[in-house]
Design a binder for this molecule. Structure first.
Ligand code: ADP
Length: 446
């Protein structure tokens, strides 16, 4: 096992990783920007190193500074968390070249999955179902027209380098195809410096269902069930739950096995998430994230498995701690992302938290890096914390979640707590009857 891990991240996820390291007797190094000098992950780490000024490009994304921090502190591995450098294949390679462990998959797998066209082709070759669409990139309007005729309108034009929903345009019919293609291309060029595009059938009312996988890098892999993250606003997940209200045991086992077998074939190492759109009983691969996800705690709640322990063990060359047949899914878990944002307009609301009280009790987990008197800096994402509630059934979980939302107090900044207090009383949410467009429609009507 590693003896000292540097955590190249901030906020709740830095703290989450730090806790797992402490439990395994691993020393921790926090890195931070000048804006985060008083952050909780810095206070609780064994050592800390300031790596630069507030903008992430000069601190949390600054590879030479992070390498220097590893050298100064003698860290033998780096956990990148999510966001920042977590899916940067070059970073993983640089660490390897310096004999520092990267707590994540092999760099070649990060690279393949980072290119959406290659990712889709790889997924298909591994037996994972994909959305019907172009075979690789579309190079001209003529080619785009041909593909659209084949798969049928509406079609979705997507950027190979895409992320965060940018460089993506729907073409409802042949008349708007040319405009959609050129808008998507210029958006992709501006955002990613790369305007390679591909096309897919546009699905009207899908759910977002993702499968958590783990590989040991030696040809063994397992799945830890699914998460339903259909409640989204502008492609940002807001509420996540496990298991999905839309799947039965057979469907779960079937898609889980497809994913685990694919990862075994690939020789994948560490944690990964295979994301699907799910419509009319069919799964369609959209992308794979080669890192720990924000919403991983709902999987931990229903399996009892600590995903960061598992990541650390595998990255250090160890084995998976569980076999597929030993994994049991118990009860139901829901996560609410409490952001420092206006609950209706979602305008960020940085500032000082003047009063802070978190709920507790059986089945309640709050992952957060904030405290009373903490000043939320304007430079990073607006996550205050994640409320994760577990119950014996979905009904039980919702009852507990309602109580927790009543108990949670965040004063001094706007938070999205009032949105969740409204959502929990909505009949569609109670019934689990929502798709990826539900939340945006609900917010418009409101
Ligand atoms: P990004 O990496 O930009 O987030 P994704 O491929 O993950 O792009 O897609 C983001 C979101 O766009 C999905 O969660 C879904 O809401 C929507 N989407 C993607 N592909 C399709 C599709 N073929 N049909 C309908 N919606 C889609």
């Amino acid at each position: 096992m590693f003896s000292k891990v540097l955590i190249a991240n901030r906020g709740e996820i830095a703290l989450r990783i730090l806790r797992a390291c402490k439990e395994l007797g691993i020393e921790t190094v926090a890195v931070h920007s000048t804006a985060d000098a008083h952050a909780m992950h810095v206070r609780l780490a064994d050592e800390s190193v300031c790596i630069g000024p507030p903008p992430a490009g000069e601190s949390y994304l600054n590879i030479p500074q992070i390498l220097a921090a590893c050298e100064i502190t003698n860290a033998d591995a780096v956990h990148p968390g999510y966001g920042f450098l977590s899916e940067n294949a070059r970073f993983a390679e640089i660490l390897e070249a310096h004999n520092i462990g990267f707590i994540g998959p092999k760099s070649e797998h990060i690279r393949v999955m980072g290119d959406k066209i290659q990712a889709k082709q790889t997924a298909e070759s591994l037996g994972i179902p994909v959305v019907p669409g172009s075979d690789g990139a579309v190079r001209s309007l003529e080619e785009a027209r041909k593909v659209a005729e084949e798969i049928g309108y509406p079609v979705l034009i997507k950027a190979a380098a895409g992320g965060g929903g940018r460089g993506m345009k729907v073409a409802e019919n042949a008349d708007v195809l040319a405009t959609a293609l050129s808008t998507a291309k210029s958006e992709a060029k501006a955002a990613f410096g790369d305007d390679a595009m591909y096309m897919e059938k546009y699905l009207g009312k899908p759910r977002h269902i993702e499968v958590q996988v783990f590989g040991d890098g030696k040809g063994n892999a397992i799945h830890l069930g699914e998460r339903d993250c259909s409640l989204q606003r502008r492609h940002q997940k807001v509420w996540e739950e496990a298991p999905s209200p839309a799947l039965n045991v057979e469907a779960r086992e079937k898609i889980g096995k497809v994913c685990a077998d694919a990862m075994a074939k690939l020789g994948y190492s560490g944690a990964g998430t295979i994301e699907f759109l799910y419509e009319n009983g069919e799964f369609y691969f959209i992308e794979m994230n080669t890192r720990l996800q924000v919403e991983h705690p709902v999987t931990e709640a229903i399996t009892g498995i600590d995903l960061v322990h598992e990541q650390l063990r595998i990255a250090a060359g160890g084995e998976l701690s569980v076999k597929q047949e030993d994994i049991q899914f118990e009860g139901h878990a829901i996560e609410c992302r409490i952001n420092a944002e206006d609950p209706r307009t979602f305008m960020p609301s940085p500032g000082t938290i003047t009063h802070y009280h978190t709920p507790g009790g059986l089945g309640v987990r709050v992952d957060s890096g904030v405290y009373q008197g903490y000043k939320i800096p304007p430079y990073y994402d607006s996550l205050i914390g994640k409320l994760i509630v577990h119950g014996r059934s979905r009904v039980d979980c919702m009852m507990r979640l309602r109580r927790c939302l009543d108990e949670f107090v965040v004063d001094g900044v706007n938070s999205t707590l009032p949105l969740f207090r409204d959502l929990i009383d909505h009949q569609d949410i109670a019934n689990g009857a929502y798709d990826i467009h539900w939340l945006e429609k609900y917010l418009e009507l409101d």
